[in-house]
Design a protein around this ligand. Structure first.
Ligand code: FEO
Length: 390
């Protein structure tokens, strides 16, 4: 990553390449970056956010190098989650003239994370529309509650039209791997971490309607610049729970001995043979649920196939439906397939869970296979494929 965002904005973030689970739950094969920026005005210097404790020493060295003996006037805290805030107390001690700029709620959180922290005379509370003049450039702050914690703020720099967007527009993956496609890992990040808060994300996007933004500087992933319309388009879709591919189908299955898998893959093949839409297949027992959640947001339709287990649905399927429900996914067409050797009931359980979500439409007749897929099941599986595609 080139550390020069602009002539007067420097990237001082760090990669965490050997992190395995972000938030102790999301697999990150290529780690993640904790972004941090130094913004220079003619009068003052602002440092945007610290980083996770895992990379604090490295970050300190980068900041020292970038400041070359100068002191920052402000530490701007966009977000108090520890992946960004771990260095606040240490940085306050290091720079005795520096003040912390944050929302009132973030300032209240500080002593919770840093017992005994002395903030006397060291804070600037900002709210919607607050401004700080750095000399030749003004930072304007906007609240971004629940994107993705309640205390979050974002900042807009009028000089170079940069939006410091906190977690919004972030992406999994360390930056040292170079330019990679943004959408896949941004989708997985957004849908799993911020997905529940679509209305709040929409509120934030609305604050920048008509505002010229040339650069988006998030707290994870690459700095976005150039034509930003595709990033904004995807954020509008995701935050509105609108599928990217309204006709696309996610086939997600949970199978014990392969019988349910065989039937689910047969349905996927039938749909693929139509040749008119994209099909994503997820084995819920082998692939991480965060991938399935991301695909459920991406596609307009789903086939859910589960074996019956403990007179209910298989745990991996139960977890998946729980996840999409807790993220507020809605308005999807769903076809159901169950397996049971003596008392199949998975489809009924799935239907009940989906019925508690908003506008999840169960299409076609749920299909039951007994132990394994039989040739006699094919007409019903074709009808299921037709129903989900209709
Ligand atoms: Fe990257 Fe919500 O913290």
């Amino acid at each position: 990553m080139n550390d020069k965002v602009t002539d007067t904005i420097r990237y001082v973030g760090v990669d965490d390449t050997d992190l395995r689970l972000f938030e102790n739950q999301y697999p990150v094969e290529k780690g993640i970056s904790y972004n941090s920026y130094i913004v220079e005005g003619s009068d003052s210097i602002a440092l945007f956010d610290t980083v996770d404790n895992r990379r604090l020493d490295q970050w300190n060295e980068l900041v020292d190098g970038a400041l070359s003996g100068r002191q920052p006037d402000y530490l701007i805290v966009l977000h108090m989650e520890p992946d960004h805030s771990a260095g606040i107390a240490r940085t306050l001690k290091k720079y005795p003239q520096m003040k912390v700029v944050a929302s009132q709620m973030a300032l209240k959180m500080l002593p919770q994370f840093f017992e005994g922290i002395d903030l006397e005379g060291r804070t600037v509370a900002v709210k919607e529309g607050s401004q700080i003049d750095l000399g030749g450039r003004t930072l304007t702050f906007h609240t971004a509650s629940m994107v993705h914690w309640p205390e979050v703020i974002v900042a807009y720099d009028d000089k170079e039209r940069v939006l410091f967007s906190a977690d919004a527009f972030g992406r999994f993956g360390s930056l040292c791997y170079g330019e990679e496609s943004w959408a896949d890992e941004a989708r997985r990040y957004y849908t799993n971490i911020v997905g529940k808060y679509g209305p709040q994300v929409r509120n934030l996007l609305a604050k920048f309607d008509g505002v010229k933004v040339d650069i988006i500087a998030p707290l994870h992933g690459p700095v976005l610049r150039g034509d930003l319309s595709e990033y904004l388009r995807l954020y509008r879709l995701w935050s509105g729970y609108e599928p990217e591919l309204p006709d696309g189908v996610l086939v997600a299955y949970a199978s014990v001995y392969g019988g349910t898998q065989e039937a689910a893959l047969a349905v996927a093949d039938i749909i693929r043979q139509r040749g008119d839409r994209e099909v994503a297949v997820i084995d819920l027992c082998r692939q991480d649920v965060s991938e399935a959640v991301a695909q459920a947001f991406r596609m307009g339709r789903m086939v859910l196939a589960s074996v019956t287990y403990d007179a209910s649905v298989f745990p991996a399927m139960q977890a998946f439906i729980h996840h999409i429900a807790s993220k507020g996914l809605c308005r999807r067409k769903v076809a159901l397939l169950e397996n049971g050797t003596w008392a199949p009931i998975a489809a009924k359980v799935m239907a009940t869970m989906l019925g508690e979500m908003k506008q999840m439409e169960i299409v076609g007749q749920p299909v039951t296979i007994r132990s394994r897929m039989h040739s006699t099941d094919m007409p019903a599986l074709k009808a299921l494929a037709d129903a989900v595609c209709a």
